[in-house]
Design a protein around this ligand. Structure first.
Ligand code: FES
Length: 68
């Protein structure tokens, strides 16, 4: 999978240098909860401070596109 550069999307997880775009792509690819996003992107496997930001992105995703 192609990695996006930091210039194209803000860093969401500064510990693992994972961008917001990478997390959104993981969610769109089926990572529908925090553990799945961790496994897909390695985000939130450091200090843990980005958990709320990731949960917000997951919630936003399902608000815009309710689960089938
Ligand atoms: S900011 Fe994501 S684990 Fe520290």
């Amino acid at each position: 999978m192609e990695k996006h550069t930091e210039e194209s999307s803000p860093l969401l997880c500064t510990c693992l240098r994972v961008t917001e775009r990478e997390v959104i792509e993981a969610i769109e690819g089926g990572a529908h909860d925090l553990p799945a996003v961790r496994e897909a992107t390695e985000a939130n496997t450091g200090c843990g401070d980005c958990a709320d930001d990731i949960e917000d992105l997951i919630a936003d995703h399902f608000e815009r596109r309710p689960a089938c």
